[in-house]
Design a protein around this ligand. Structure first.
Ligand SMILES: Nc1ncnc2c1ncn2[C@@H]1O[C@H](COP(=O)(O)OP(=O)(O)OP(=O)(O)O)[C@@H](O)[C@H]1O
Length: 328
């Protein structure tokens, strides 16, 4: 049927659906500090397109401490680069505090990067100016923001003490250990009182003991200053110590683990993420276990939805009755 032939009643119902959709989208993540809504980032290099983010949804609330994990190439750094204001999304929505990361330009982008977010790279050498000592490094973003000399000194001293590296104040990066450099980098990131600190594998180059001090420093920043922390990590020790770990798979958030207790009495539960279009990603091991392919049968039961092999009459050649069906 052409558009001209569409009955008025159908048009009215389409309009109603569009209105509902618009309302839902407007309400989505209303209380979020970070909101990614169907975020897409496509890189085009040498005529080849790479879809690094493929409609990623993510909501982070003020003061949350969250780890982002995922296989190499799943899109973690792409997400962090967008949230830090270094890169721009191709489509979708990305908002941090009151900044729209798609439309943000020039001056606003600069102010955003100075005042709203702090960033820590994996490579220790990338975070600090080598010719300045630790205190001067922490003072640098304050100087750029026009803070007076006495206030800069005070803030830098407070932050170095908070992060347990007051003793490093007069030392240049080349006389600091990797862990100390990363803690100074956290001080630099916190200097202008950002709303969120983003860290891309901050412990990736460190031994376990140093990695632990760096993670503790991030946790202190989160606890004492209330700043939200989003940390990309491959380090299970780090992801096991945060209340929320979000897994990215193929450019989308696919599952998350929520932890309510740590240490000996650790309590964690893993959830698959249901996006607003109703999509979920089944874990690869579930798909492999039942050799699911192409089509599946869904069944709605009083308290669960079942997913079954969808081939032919449902009787997979290797089907064994004792195999468990994944339930979503
Ligand atoms: N500048 C770029 N140009 C082209 N492709 C890119 C660019 N940056 C990233 N990609 C591609 O986008 C995808 C996601 O990359 P990204 O670096 O975000 O993954 P990641 O999860 O951080 O990986 P890793 O854990 O290895 O750091 C990959 O396929 C990568 O090759």
């Amino acid at each position: 049927m052409t558009e001209a032939q569409t009955p008025a009643a159908d048009l009215a119902s389409l309009e109603r659906e569009a209105e509902t959709e618009a309302r839902t989208r407007a309400g989505y993540g209303a209380d979020a500090l970070i909101l990614c809504d169907r975020l897409v980032r496509v890189y085009a290099a040498d005529g080849v397109e790479v879809q690094a983010l493929q409609g990623l949804d993510l909501v982070i609330r003020p003061g949350e401490l969250t780890a982002i994990v995922g296989a190499s190439g799943s899109g973690k750094s792409t997400l962090l680069n967008i949230l830090s204001g270094l890169d721009r999304p191709t489509a979708g929505r990305a908002r941090v505090a009151d900044h729209d990361l798609l439309t943000m330009k020039g001056r606003e982008r600069l102010r955003y990067r100075r005042e709203t977010v702090g960033f820590i790279w994996q490579q220790t050498g990338r975070n600090l100016l080598p010719y300045l000592d630790a205190r001067e490094n922490v003072e640098t973003p304050l100087r750029l923001a026009g803070v007076s000399r006495s206030q800069r000194r005070k803030r830098a001293a407070e932050l170095l003490d908070l992060l347990d590296i007051g003793y490093c104040a007069d030392r240049k990066p080349n006389s600091l250990s990797g862990g100390e450099q990363q803690r100074v980098a956290i001080g630099v990131a916190l200097a202008n009182r950002p709303k969120v600190v983003l860290a891309d594998e901050p412990t990736g180059e460190l031994d376990t003991a140093s990695a632990d001090t760096v993670f503790q420093a991030l946790r202190t920043a989160n606890d004492e200053l209330g700043v939200a922390v989003l940390v990309v990590t491959h380090d299970e020790n780090v992801s096991g110590q945060v209340p929320r770990t979000v897994q990215i798979r193929d450019g989308r958030t696919s599952s998350e683990v929520l932890r309510t207790a740590f240490g000996d009495r650790a309590k964690a539960e893993e959830f698959a993420l249901l996006d607003r279009a109703g999509r979920i990603q089944l874990p690869a091991e579930y798909i492999d276990a039942l050799e699911l392919r192409d089509r599946v049968r869904l069944g709605l039961e009083p308290e669960q939805i079942t997913v079954r092999d969808g081939r032919a009459d449902g009787a997979h050649p290797d089907h064994r009755d004792d195999r468990e069906e994944p339930t979503i």
